[in-house]
Unconditional design. Structure first.
Length: 118
């Protein structure tokens, strides 16, 4: 299943690794570490879009129907001014909390979502 909003999000948003390390302090001052899981997941937070009334309704219905299931999301990051070609980030994610919507006026909604890679 794909995320219903295909437009690029507004910058900035954050992609960070979930802490995957178990740390154990020893009596002599050393620290022993090991991975918690074999896969390192990412949190994607503060992702915002400006949506029309119909896009707002589509995203709200999507969360109400599929808020607990995983889905594929793709962020197309536009080409930068320094000759950067841009990138497309595709992840399989779940919502970490319900999306929030702020009405901006003139039929425009700002939607904010947080995701965790599965």
């Amino acid at each position: 299943m794909n995320f219903p909003i295909s437009k690029s999000p507004k910058p900035p948003f954050t992609i960070e690794n979930v802490d995957n390390v178990i740390r154990s302090a020893m009596e002599d001052g050393y620290e022993i570490t090991r991975p918690r899981f074999t896969k390192v997941r990412k949190n994607i937070t503060g992702v915002k879009w400006d949506l029309t009334n119909s896009e707002y309704q589509i995203l709200d219905d999507f969360y109400c129907s599929y808020g607990s299931t995983s889905f594929t999301i793709t962020f197309n990051i536009a080409k930068g001014t320094s000759g950067d070609l841009g990138i497309a980030i595709t992840k399989i994610v779940r919502f970490t909390k319900p999306p929030s919507f702020a009405y901006q006026g003139m039929g425009v909604w700002e939607a904010t979502c947080d995701f965790r890679q599965i």
